[in-house]
Design a protein around this ligand. Structure first.
Ligand code: ADE
Length: 246
């Protein structure tokens, strides 16, 4: 997948796209990033990318010309374009999965009071928020989106199975994890996890996930239960036990 990112702060993206899992995926050619500085497309000598809003009010608004030219330079007319904005659809795993199906994406990061609406209209931008709070700019939000989408692309995570077991992905929060040593400062790892009985391990993890989800995210548990899922007899017993607890 190719991801074009249009921003006035391109340096902010370097660590995210060159280090760790995304950096390795880019080296392997699974992902490519094209970070474009909108300021490079300004035509005036002050390299101005924003101006005061019509109708008054505080803050500055991104002007159409540099953004239009930057967007055209990456062929945004033909791409799925996303504008990071607190008034957009809130990002979740299903939106990430949907975006991960694209061959190429274009992400526009705004600043201050936002961008001229004509930019959003002309490029049929989908507005995406990463949560109900206001950041100083779209860059951090774009990094979150890039990270979430990238890890859905086959081969990006070393272990192909890992996104499948996970929390929100399976509909439940992820169970507690432990590693060596078995005992640390008097605290022990649950014995079932190292006795080698895979069926019991699975049931322990299922029960732990159910309990956590019931306690922390009851609305997720409700939608998990409303889906048409098949449970084994043992899973069903655990489900009944956890649901009957007050
Ligand atoms: N820009 C500012 N706040 C944002 C948010 N919460 N999500 C996406 N983009 C933003």
């Amino acid at each position: 997948m190719k991801i074009n990112i249009l921003t006035q702060f391109p340096e902010m993206f370097s660590p995210v796209i060159t280090e760790s899992i995304l950096g390795r995926a880019a080296e392997k050619g699974l992902l490519s990033f094209n970070v474009v500085n909108i300021r490079d497309f300004t035509l005036d000598k002050h390299r101005k990318t924003d101006d005061t809003p019509f109708g008054g009010g505080a803050g500055m608004v991104m002007t159409p010309q540099p953004a239009f030219d930057a967007l055209k330079s990456v062929g945004a007319e033909a791409l799925r374009c996303i504008y990071m904005s607190p008034r957009g659809r809130v990002l979740d795993q299903s939106l990430a999965e949907d975006l991960a199906k694209e061959q190429e994406l274009c992400i526009l990061c705004g600043h201050y009071e936002g961008v001229d609406q004509r930019i959003l209209d002309a490029f049929r931008m989908e507005e995406v928020s990463i949560g109900d709070y206001i950041l100083t700019g779209g860059e951090l939000a774009a990094m979150v989106l890039v990270d979430v989408v990238s890890r859905m692309i086959p081969g990006v995570l070393g272990n192909e199975l890992s996104p499948l077991d996970e929390s929100i992905y399976s509909g439940l929060l992820e169970y507690d994890q432990y590693t060596k040593p078995r005992e640390y400062e008097g605290m022990e790892v649950p014995e079932v996890l190292y006795n080698g009985n895979h069926k019991l391990i699975h049931l322990w993890q299922f029960e732990n996930s159910l309990r956590l989800t019931k306690e922390r995210r009851p609305e997720l548990l409700q939608s998990f239960l409303s889906e048409d899922r098949k449970f084994t007899k043992d899973e069903k017993k655990i489900l009944d036990k956890v649901l009957s607890e007050s």
